[in-house]
Design a protein around this ligand. Structure first.
Ligand code: MSP
Length: 484
């Protein structure tokens, strides 16, 4: 499972955080299933954009990227991201592997020398055709493009047009359904060979066998998915490749759904199994951008509310095919109405009574009929984190309804013991099911009911074996007038 590797020209924002959180949710889910997961993230550190950002900061590129990379690491730590490896494209091992990858494409006669004359979007690090320009600007980000003319090596992408179309056809799960028509139509309309070297951008990996040239940053970047596993020849590569899924935002779908598989076909390396693409975040209806000044900081939000609240919001709001909108008001609504009212209150109310109950907690599993894991599993299988969360929430609501229907505060003796048994077992199961989404709340519930954190196989009613250790509320209600 992989995230994109992020450009280190800036601090990470909500857009970066949401992709990484989604990937983390899936990685944690698969660990809950008892599977071994290799979850990869990292940083994309070469190219013109970084070279320029470094110059602006009056630093050497390496010194500059070294000063930024920790911002990413810190945010991932704060958001409880459980990546197994963090790759930097300036890692020696990556650089050496890229130098071995390109000759494989040469050996297939898939690389030739020519000249590139056309447009380039530096912020996106993309070559743009004249016909693609929108009002003279980059069609993807709307920013200025520059004209370049330089000698370049080209990858015969055109040769892979039919092979790609056959592959999409044979693997209906490969492309993200929400964007698959767009990709297929563009591939059908014809593929141009891709410029894969630059002579004017020197903050890059030297192009093998021609010292005038440097590797185009996207070729360097895409290769990270295999070099991070120690390709070629490592045991880890044999074990974990092909990736089950590459996760990203829609603007880089083309690179992953078209260019990357063509590169791998040329190199004779197995293709990833699936490209999962999500929509973009806007902020209160507007594009998130520095110039508008509405960039959402995941650290600021986590510090003000909690990283669990941010993770929950991301999972609840995002899906493929549609853009999501962030507003603090909506986040607060979800915190108050869902995290506090549904989950936090359930835990607090039940534990308030449970901690005073002196007897043995036992009974018959009445709430179990409300627990249906199949739709949760099916949604996760489809990488529908939001759908799975909705099904988990149904069980949380059912537990709340049980509290009210039974009026547990009025119960005594065996009846109370039975109700507590059901609710505490439900809570133990809830703590497992929410772990991929809210690892802190999950651990806190386990702590407060005194049970060990289980796996998905433990999500069934058994004997309650915990020991109540009630402490504070899981989530703080936000005073809408005062903010957090
Ligand atoms: N370095 C390339 C990726 C190379 S992968 C081999 C890159 N980096 S990036 O820093 O620009 O990050 C792009 C990713 O950040 C998007 O694919 C998406 O995951 C995330 N987002 C950035 N802005 C976003 C939004 N406004 N909304 C949602 N996610 C977006 O591209």
């Amino acid at each position: 499972m992989t995230t994109p590797i992020y450009y280190v020209n800036d601090v990470p924002h909500l857009g970066h955080a949401s992709t990484t959180v989604l990937a983390d949710i899936f990685a944690r889910w698969h660990r809950l299933l008892g599977e071994e997961v290799f979850f990869l993230t990292g940083t994309d550190e070469h190219g013109e954009k970084i070279q320029k950002a470094a110059a602006k900061a009056e630093k050497e590129p390496k010194e500059f990227v070294d000063s930024i990379v920790d911002n990413f690491k810190k945010v991932w730590e704060r958001l409880r991201i459980s990546n197994d490896y963090f790759i930097r494209t300036t890692d020696e091992q990556h650089i050496e592997a890229v130098k071995k990858f390109i000759p494989l494409l040469f050996s297939k006669d898939d690389i030739y020398k020519g000249e590139y004359e056309g447009w380039y979007c530096t912020p996106d690090e993309t070559f743009v055709l004249e016909s693609q320009l929108v009002g003279g600007k980059c069609p993807s980000c709307g920013r200025d493009v520059v004209k370049i003319k330089e000698e370049a090596y080209f990858f015969r992408l055109s040769k892979y047009q039919d092979k790609l179309l056959e592959m999409y056809n044979a693997n209906p799960l490969f492309l993200e359904p929400a964007y698959s028509n767009e990709i297929i139509n563009r591939v059908k309309s014809g593929l141009k060979d891709l410029d894969i070297s630059r002579t004017t951008v020197t903050w890059a990996i030297p192009f093998p066998s021609d010292e005038k040239h440097f590797v185009y940053v996207w070729i360097d970047a895409l290769t990270n998915y295999i070099t991070a596993l120690g390709w070629p020849g490592s045991e880890q590569f044999k074990k974990f490749w092909p990736a089950d899924v590459h996760i990203m935002g829609k603007e880089i779908n083309w690179f992953h759904s078209v260019i990357w598989p063509a590169m791998l076909m040329s190199a004779g390396i197995e293709l990833p199994k699936r490209i999962f693409v999500h929509g973009w975040w806007t902020v209160e209806g507007q594009k998130m951008s520095k110039s508008i000044g509405n960039v959402v900081s995941p650290i600021a939000i986590s510090d003000k509310y909690s990283s669990d609240a941010l993770r929950y919001f991301i999972a609840r709001e995002m899906s493929p095919g549609i853009d999501s909108d962030f507003s603090e008001a909506k986040l607060i609504e979800r915190i108050n109405n869902e995290l506090v009212a549904d989950l936090g209150n359930l835990v607090y109310r039940v534990l308030t009574i449970a901690e005073k109950y002196p007897g043995k907690i036992e009974g018959s599993a009445e709430l179990e009929k409300e627990l249906d894991l199949e739709p949760v599993k099916a949604a996760m299988e489809k990488l529908d984190a939001r759908g799975a969360l909705e099904h988990i929430w149904r069980f949380i609501k059912a537990a709340n309804k049980y509290v009210n229907d039974k009026a547990i505060w009025k119960l005594e003796g065996a009846e109370l013991s039975n109700a507590l048994y059901n609710l505490l077992e439900a809570m133990r199961i809830i703590s497992i099911l929410i772990e991929p989404y809210m690892p802190d709340a999950s651990a806190e519930i386990s702590k407060q009911i005194g049970t060990k954190q289980g796996k998905l196989a433990d999500c069934k009613f058994g004997k309650f074996e915990g020991k109540i250790n009630k402490s504070s509320y899981l989530f703080k209600k936000v005073d809408v007038k005062k903010g957090a």
